[in-house]
Design a protein around this ligand. Structure first.
Ligand SMILES: [Zn+2]
Length: 135
């Protein structure tokens, strides 16, 4: 079990991870660490507007919390200022509700992104109008 994480800013996630290492990979917008309970499972947290947000103000924080429901340990904790703050276990219903909300947020995010890129295409002038001149 670890109560403190040490951040490593890396270009690629190394093969062997330190049990107290929080590996932040900017090129892949992903952070990876080993479950804080010590079970050895790798926790991958994609950094996107609908997944996790990483803040660095000299110390690293991840939000929202890390809920390892798919691991046998089912550990749940926050990493704030590189420290582990344990959260009480969530019951199955709350986990399912949270997953559903997460799926919905993702679907909305990608729908918004698709719409935004479509409308920006629509606003674009056809290429041939760029060259139209009056003689
Ligand atoms: Zn664990």
């Amino acid at each position: 079990m670890t109560d403190v994480f040490v951040p490593f800013f890396v270009d690629e996630i190394p093969e062997a991870l330190r049990p107290d290492g929080l590996y932040v990979c900017i090129p892949y917008a992903t952070a990876v660490h080993l479950c804080a309970c010590g079970c050895g499972n790798e926790v991958v947290t994609p950094l996107t507007p609908v997944d996790w947000r990483l803040t660095f103000d000299g110390r690293v924080s991840l939000s929202p919390s890390i809920g390892n429901w798919s691991f046998a340990c089912r550990s749940h904790y926050w990493i704030t200022d590189e420290r582990v703050h344990w959260s009480s276990g969530w019951d199955d219903e709350r986990i399912e509700r949270n997953r559903a909300r997460d799926r919905q947020a993702k679907a909305q995010h990608f729908a918004d992104a698709a719409e935004a890129s479509e409308s920006s295409h629509r606003k674009k002038l056809p290429w041939w109008r760029l060259r139209r001149t009056k003689d």
